[in-house]
Design a protein. Structure first.
Length: 152
């Protein structure tokens, strides 16, 4: 699907605040409410809009300690990768997991309450996963930029 300038503006508006009504969007885009509704439905059907979510303030919900964990597996076979990926997706503390190139195989973004909670997570959950060779943890000092907006 080719996105026209109106689709792009609509997507930016929705990424900024997905709770805007079709009426509010129609005013911003100078379109009818029906036209906005139909564009949104088409973007959803095409899979360009994947889902709608609520973003939480991690500090206010007691999950303000953010860790980036670099992880190496003991082997790089398809079976080892598949098993690890299946297991890591079951850990609620892991918000993001990326299979990467370089010195490590995966980078995990983990949120917990504090250092004590991270140690507990590391000892009782992460290091019990199969095929992990080593880990290296990096702790966030300050969040400089965090956005969910993808510019098109």
């Amino acid at each position: 699907m080719t996105l026209d300038p109106t689709d792009k503006k609509l997507l930016l508006l929705l990424q900024t605040d997905s709770k805007r009504t079709t009426k509010e969007l129609s005013i911003k885009l100078n379109l009818s409410v029906t036209a906005v509704y139909e564009r949104i439905k088409k973007l959803e059907r095409e899979g360009i809009i994947d889902k709608y979510v609520v973003l939480l303030d991690k500090e206010k919900v007691g999950k303000g300690f953010i860790v980036f964990c670099h992880l190496k597996l003991i082997q790089h076979t398809k079976d080892f990768l598949t098993i690890f990926e299946s297991q890591v997706t079951q850990l609620p503390e892991v918000l993001e997991c990326y299979h990467v190139s370089g010195d490590y195989d995966y980078i995990l973004k983990i949120v917990v309450k504090d250092m004590k909670a991270y140690r507990e997570f590391l000892v009782t959950k992460l290091t019990t996963l199969h095929h992990i060779g080593s880990t290296q943890s990096t702790f966030m000092i300050n969040e400089v930029k965090n956005t969910t907006i993808v510019t098109i």
